[in-house]
Ligand binder design. Structure first.
Ligand SMILES: [Zn+2]
Length: 452
């Protein structure tokens, strides 16, 4: 049995244990408590002391493209999405197998080093499956499917099924499908995938409501997409715009009824938010990628207020600087009035729910998978820290977790510290100098940097 201890242990966004420890047996969390309680257990093989750090549930990245990792700093920031796509295609035109593999491997390392224990990755090639399968990460890998020709729908699914038939899922790997986006997938292919995925309980995600161009494409058949798609001979001359907004369109194809993961939702109306809510789909919000493309304000608060399950994603390094979910939380903390406990909920509990893992990941709980990260805190002791950040004006009583911008003090018996303590720890956790120093997935230590 391994014991992981630190000055603080946040078992879920509302609960902090001072001098906390987690006992890990095999792949699972065996006991959670203060170190004084945990050290009384028998059969302890090893104690990992993280010192002035906080142990958190392993962070969950609900949207990334690890195969684009090596394009970091090679793509110019642009608000023109089709120009960005051209840059990506151009940059990878001479890539061979080794280039894809090294890009994915680099991405995996960056995730593990930043405390991410679970990723939802989009696989543009078959290499993502084989490389990620060997990695220590927990993952749902979604095979990207692209084809705008309605006559191809059934054959495309058959070919995809055949490609995926050689990949064996395991305790850490699930396989999903990602019909890419409404401007790259025909209505018929969305329908075919929706039907197949429901029959086979296959996870589905899709990029949606990402740009104004996409909305123009779907509602009126205008904007930059039709010309771009005809230039690459992907769109037939007799194609007609469906005359629907992105979420209406997805609803019509049936794909919303798959508990789907909707990536981005940068531009959705109040009416579309109601449709998402009633469909029980989740949303992947990628804050810094959203910023990279210069989009206007994301409706994240409206989605949270509507009690839609929203997780955090980094997207790829072709539109971001790191693959760290803590960096996404820090970015949001500085720029939006989202409370730290909500940010952590999005990065853990909501992320687990997005991927159907809520009964085994996203919290530090006895019987759950031992997915943990340890974040080194700034050096000043908690008692001396003066909370000055306006977003941390938290009340000391009441509140729930998901979607409520309210804060609850720890309520669990034996837990030390009240609202003030948790507030100070969040302040330090979201400090620019805090840094991941420890990552464990399914009871295995994947990364440890005590000097970090
Ligand atoms: Zn994406």
């Amino acid at each position: 049995m391994i014991i992981v201890k630190a000055k603080y242990l946040i078992t879920n966004p509302e609960c902090c244990i001072e001098n906390g420890a987690v006992a890990v047996k095999g792949t699972k969390i065996h006991r959670v408590g203060t170190f004084d309680e945990i050290k009384a257990l028998t059969s302890i093989d090893k104690i990992v002391e993280l010192g002035n750090a906080v142990i958190l549930p392993g962070l969950i990245n609900v949207h990334t493209h690890l195969d684009l990792t090596n394009l970091h700093n090679r793509i110019k920031p642009t608000s023109n999405f089709t120009h960005w796509v051209f840059q990506i295609v151009g940059a990878r035109i001479r890539w061979k197998e080794d280039d894809y593999i090294s890009s994915i491997e680099k991405g995996i390392d960056l995730c593990v080093e930043s405390g991410t224990t679970t990723v939802a990755d989009i696989a543009n090639t078959e290499y993502s499956f084989s490389v990620l399968k060997k990695s220590p990460l927990r993952k749902v890998v979604y095979k990207e499917v692209i084809d705008l020709n309605p006559d191809h729908a059934k054959d495309v699914l058959k070919k995809t099924q055949s490609e995926l038939s050689t990949i064996i899922p395991d305790d850490l790997l699930s396989i999903g499908l990602s019909p890419h986006a409404p401007y790259s997938v025909s209505r018929e292919l969305y329908q075919t995938i929706a039907h197949f995925a429901r029959e086979t309980d296959t996870p589905v995600c899709t990029h949606i409501a990402e740009t104004w161009d996409e909305i123009e494409f779907l509602t009126k058949g205008t904007g930059s997409f039709p010309a771009f798609l005809r230039q690459i001979r992907a769109l037939s001359d007799n194609w007609q715009a469906p005359g629907l907004t992105p979420i209406q369109y997805l609803n019509e194809t049936g794909i919303l009824r798959n508990h789907s993961l909707l990536i981005h939702c940068n531009y959705v109306t109040d009416e579309e938010i109601s449709v998402i809510k009633s469909s029980e789909a989740s949303v992947a919000f990628c804050p810094r990628s959203h910023h990279f493309f210069g989009h206007t304000n994301h409706p994240v608060q409206k989605l949270l207020d509507a009690k839609i399950n929203v997780g955090l994603g980094t997207d790829s390094l072709a539109s971001n600087d790191t693959l760290s979910i803590i960096d996404e939380m820090k970015f949001l903390f500085l720029r939006h009035s989202i409370l730290p406990n909500i940010l952590l909920t999005m990065a853990t509990i909501n992320g687990a729910k997005v991927l159907g893992l809520e009964s085994k990941a996203g919290q530090i709980k006895e019987g759950f998978e031992a997915d943990l990260c340890g974040i080194r805190l700034p050096d000043a002791p908690v008692g001396n820290i003066v909370t000055v950040h306006p977003h941390l004006n938290l009340p000391h009583q009441g509140g729930g977790i998901q979607g409520d911008n309210k804060y609850s003090p720890p309520l669990v018996g034996g837990v030390r510290g009240g609202g003030e303590l948790l507030r100070n720890i969040y302040d330090q956790l979201l400090d620019t100098t805090s840094k991941n120093i420890f990552t464990m997935v399914a009871g295995s230590i994947c990364y440890q940097n005590q000097s970090g």
